[in-house]
Structure formats: C-alpha cells, structure tokens
Design a protein around this ligand. Structure first.
Ligand code: F6P
Length: 324
C-alpha cells in the first residue's frame, strides 16, 4: 500500500479534523502517501483531491467541522457514480481508503468494496453515537457537552419564569444524546426512540413534580422520539392537559454539531486514526475501528452499519430516581 485516501462523509462531527490529522500523520510516520478527498464520496466521484502532508494538518486538532468538507452523495448510490469513483482511485493510484463518517457512509463503503475491491477502513464519526461496534463515536462527547451547557442556560430562564421547557436534541434514530444529556442536565423526563413509555406517563410525572414543589421543569426530547408528536405538539398537549404549566419549546439543532472538540474526542480520534492506517498497512480491510473498555477494537464494517449499540437501561432507572 503506497497511497491512502482519507475523507469525511455524512453529517460532520467535532473531532473529524483530529481524525484527519491522525490519519495523515500516521501515513507520514510509515512513509505512505496520503491524499485528502473533499466532500466525501462526491469528491471521490469528481476527483476533488488534495495531497496531505504532516505539516499540512498543523493547528486543526482543536477545530470543529472538517477541513475536507462533508457531503451526503446521492450519485454514489448509483453504479455509474461508483464507477467514476473507482476510475479516480485508479487514476490517482489510491490503494486504500479511510472513511470517517456514520452508518450511511459505511454502507456506501461496503458496496464500493464489494464491487471494486478497494480496501476500506471506517472510523465512526457522528454525534448520534448510533454505530454498533463502539461505545463512543467521534463527536458524541462534544455534542453531549454542547447540549448540556445549552440546557443549563435554558434552565436559568425556565426557573426565573416558573416555566416548563421541551428541549429537542439531535439523534435521528437514537436516543444516546437525549438520555445522557437528560441525566446530566437533570431533566424531569427524557423521551427517546428506544423506549416509548407513552404520553400518559409524562403527564403523571409532570403533575407529580408540580405538586412536589418544583417550580420549573425540563423535558429532553430526542429528535427521533416515537411518541407520535413533535416537540411543538408535545408542548400543546401538555398545555391543554395541565393548564397550570406555562410551556416553551427550544430546538437545539445544528449547534450540537459545531464547536471545538472535547479532549475525549480529540484523543479518541487520534487513536482511531493510527489504528485505521495500521490496519490498511497490515492488509486488513472492511473493518471499522471502535472503542470498547477503553481499548481500540475492530468490527466488520458490515456489522457496524447494522445498528446502534444498546441504550443504557441503568441510565433510564437513574433518571427515574433523580426525578423523585
Ligand atoms: O447524523 C447526525 C445528524 O446530526 C442527526 O442527528 C440529524 O438528524 C441529522 O444529522 C441532520 O442532518 P442534516 O445536517 O443533513 O440536516
């Protein structure tokens, strides 16, 4: 293996730059050429490449976003698109790819490898943490802290006005952010897609907390929650059924994807980048690097895309007890 391509794909996540830096510097360490691919698979299709050197990734470990840009490529979903991508790999002598992204990016990588036999290693980079084979994805820890700090601020105004806030956090299919931030920010209720306890239960809990003397409350709602109501409808529902509450809604949105990565995400990204390049150099392909029990491990890429890890039931119990 003489030349490795690196790209970031799908939704960006804080720490992606630290992962790029790690891949580039590990290549330099082993004297392998490294090429950056702009805008994920779309850049691979268009041949939008840049040579990467150890010094070229100075001063990026602390930066949010991704210097290589990111995209969700519809063209790569087509055979013709993937053929163009393969032609570019051949033309530029790219022997293997490191794909930093989420499950959609890994699905594309598996198909591409099956069709054209290009060696691929995945690094999980998404704030959602919804990847099987790792306890933490790059960006998740930073997003947790961003969301928690935002909710702390919302609590200041909630308690000043004796209000109830519904706060929507990201997580299209998974409730990792909502559950952890909910516990960390002391939320009254946490609504996640994995555990639909019904709206009645939420009303009961809010009623209880009002009568127990609480003046303000926060309900954290995961974007992918399965209650059947969006965050605004939930607010209306509570106002109708519990008129004693004055309700407001706050959707945190893309703020959770930005910002300087936490120390945890920088270290994780650095470790994963080293392992990804070393796997390619050892001739091991179609794997995703992950973290388990603080050790860097690997999972078949095909399994990594099959689903998220389990939600932590203990945290649900802790949250219940904390709202007593
Ligand atoms: O996958 C990460 C994520 O931030 C999800 O939590 C969210 O649903 C989605 O991306 C938003 O995607 P986009 O930035 O394309 O709107």
């Amino acid at each position: 293996m003489k030349k490795i391509g690196v790209m970031t794909s799908g939704g960006d996540a804080p720490g992606m730059n630290a992962a790029i830096r790690s891949v580039v510097r590990t290549c330099a360490y082993y004297r392998v050429q490294c090429v950056g691919i702009y805008r994920g698979y779309q850049g691979l299709i268009e041949g939008d490449f840049v040579p990467m050197t150890a010094r070229g990734v100075n001063n990026i470990i602390q930066k949010g976003g991704t210097i290589l840009k990111s995209a969700r490529s519809d063209e790569f979903r087509t055979k013709e698109g993937r053929e163009k991508a393969y032609d570019n790999c051949k033309k530029h002598n790219i022997d293997g790819l490191v794909v930093i992204g989420g499950d959609g990016s890994f699905t594309g990588g598996v198909v591409f490898n099956e069709e054209f036999n290009i060696p691929i290693i995945g690094i999980p980079g998404t704030i959602d943490n919804d990847i099987f084979g790792t306890t933490h994805t790059i960006g998740y820890d930073t997003a947790l802290n961003t969301a928690m700090e935002a909710i702390d601020k919302i609590r200041d105004t909630a308690s000043s006005h004796n209000r109830l806030f519904f706060v929507e956090v990201m997580g299209r299919d998974a409730g990792f952010i909502a559950l952890n931030v909910g516990v960390g920010a002391g939320a009254e209720e946490i609504l996640i897609p994995e555990e639909n306890l019904g709206l009645e239960r939420m009303l009961e809990s809010l009623k209880k907390s009002k009568y127990s003397g609480k003046s303000s409350s926060i309900v954290v709602v995961s974007e992918g929650d399965k209650s059947g109501k969006n965050v605004y409808e939930l607010a209306e529902y509570v106002e109708k059924n519990l008129p004693e509450y004055e309700v407001r809604v706050s959707v945190l949105g893309h703020i959770q994807r930005g910002g300087s990565p936490s120390c945890f995400d920088r270290v994780l990204a650095s470790r994963m980048g080293v392992k990804a390049v070393e796997l390619l150099l050892d001739g091991k392909y179609s794997l995703m690097v992950g973290l388990k029990d603080d050790k860097i491990v690997t999972t078949d890429l095909i399994n990594a895309i099959k689903g998220a890890g389990d939600i932590n039931m203990e945290l649900i119990r802790v949250s219940d007890i904390m709202t007593t």
